[in-house]
Write a protein that binds this ligand. Structure first.
Ligand SMILES: Cc1ncc(COP(=O)(O)O)c(C=O)c1O
Length: 380
């Protein structure tokens, strides 16, 4: 029967406790979420600074709905240019390109970078094993040799770089790992990459806005990767992404990045919102301080329980429960106590490492965090 595998695949997911389902959210903010008429404390959002709130109507009143074409035809508007320039100025890059999502940015940049007339036997991409699906997919979609190194393991990366004969080498990592919450040793990775004449690409989706002295993520470490990706859907609280690089690389992307060339330029509404949100994010030092305090408080409380969180100092604080059944059972008990936390299961995370992905935000109060930790201690 045609496509019989669809029902088989769904049945297998159900049987293994791995079926993914959307929940219909009636209302949400960084602190609370309402689902099926019930309000929960929300520990499952990426709105780390609480910026994804309602906008004032007059902020968008003169904004047009659509860009009317791709950026290379007539879709590249003043607001896109302003947003790109603001990002370049803030992060210290020559040029930037906007994308409708971080997923599109990551996959397409990797595909374009290794898609030239030149034969690809001389290219290799080195990726951290825990890199986001979009980076993995992009790397696998090229003819460049795809090499994975153990998570944050500099010795392993060095040995991989040592062995390669490729001329064009790219090391790819994340500023903050989305499912583990730990940070990459960016300074050391950058030095290592340089010593092997490799370029560095960093996906700062979960770092931009929240990590570093000024909340700028990787560039706050003093490192400027050859390619930096930031996404607008996490701390910026809206949607879209930008790729920052030298003018030379952005010129190349403008020719060869198919997701950029063959798509409608992002809506001027989205670009205007991103510009507004970027301003808010840059001025959100109080929220960043509050977030740091909340993370520290969570870590202090959890360390006094018999639970073992993963080693993370960021807003992402996962607790591993092993099997999918275990994590779903804990998630469901937390719901009964009025707490919403995401349960992340394979294949998003490795087998036997199903986890609660707890995310702390600046909007949580001390009492919210106390409530979370005491519920976790009770139901785990
Ligand atoms: C590390 C990382 N990179 C990229 C993305 C994709 O970003 P976007 O949600 O804008 O597609 C995500 C989001 O899930 C992510 O966690």
């Amino acid at each position: 029967m045609p496509f019989a595998y669809i029902s088989q695949a769904l049945a297998a997911r159900r049987r293994e406790g791995l079926l993914r389902q959307r929940v219909l959210v009636e209302h949400a903010c960084a602190r609370t979420i309402t689902i099926a008429g019930k309000q929960y404390l929300n520990f499952a959002s990426n709105d780390y600074l609480g910026l994804a709130t309602k906008l004032e109507v007059d902020q968008l009143v003169h904004t047009e709905a659509g860009s009317r074409s791709s950026a290379l035809v007539t879709g590249y508007l003043d607001v896109h240019h302003k947003l790109e320039r603001k990002l370049c100025h803030t992060l210290g890059y020559e040029a930037a390109l906007l994308f409708p999502s971080g997923f599109a940015a990551n996959t397409s940049v990797l595909k374009a970078l290794f898609t030239t007339q030149e034969k690809q036997s001389s290219a290799a991409v080195f990726q951290d094993k825990l890199n986001h699906a979009s980076l993995i997919d992009g790397g696998l979609a090229t003819d460049a040799k795809f090499v994975r190194f153990n998570h944050n393991d500099l010795t392993h990366l060095r040995s991989r770089l040592e062995k390669t004969k490729a001329e064009h080498k790219l090391v790819v990592t994340e500023g903050v790992f989305s499912m583990d919450g730990d940070t990459a040793p960016i300074v050391e990775i950058s030095e290592l990459a340089k010593s092997y004449n490799a370029w560095l690409m960093v996906d700062d989706a979960h770092a931009f806005g929240v990590v570093g002295e000024n909340g700028l993520g990787t560039v706050d470490t003093g490192i400027k990767p050859e390619i930096l990706v930031i996404t607008f859907g996490k701390a910026m609280g809206c949607q879209g992404a930008a790729v920052l690089a030298s003018q030379h690389v952005i010129d190349y992307m403008t020719q060869f990045n198919r997701e950029f060339v063959y798509t409608t330029a992002i809506s001027p509404i989205m670009a205007s919102v991103a510009l507004l949100q970027l301003e808010k994010l840059l001025q959100a030092s109080q929220a960043r301080d509050k977030l740091s305090g909340n993370i520290e408080y969570f870590k202090k409380l959890i360390s006094a329980t018999n639970l073992s969180p993963m080693p993370s100092d960021t807003a992402i604080q996962p607790l591993v429960y092993g099997s999918s059944e275990n994590v779903l059972a804990v998630q469901s008990k937390l719901k009964q106590q009025g707490i919403w936390v995401g349960a992340i299961r394979p294949p998003t995370v490795p087998q036997n490492t199903a986890r609660l992905r707890i995310t702390i935000t600046a909007e949580h109060s001390i009492e919210d965090i106390e409530c979370l930790v005491s519920a976790l201690a009770e139901v785990s």
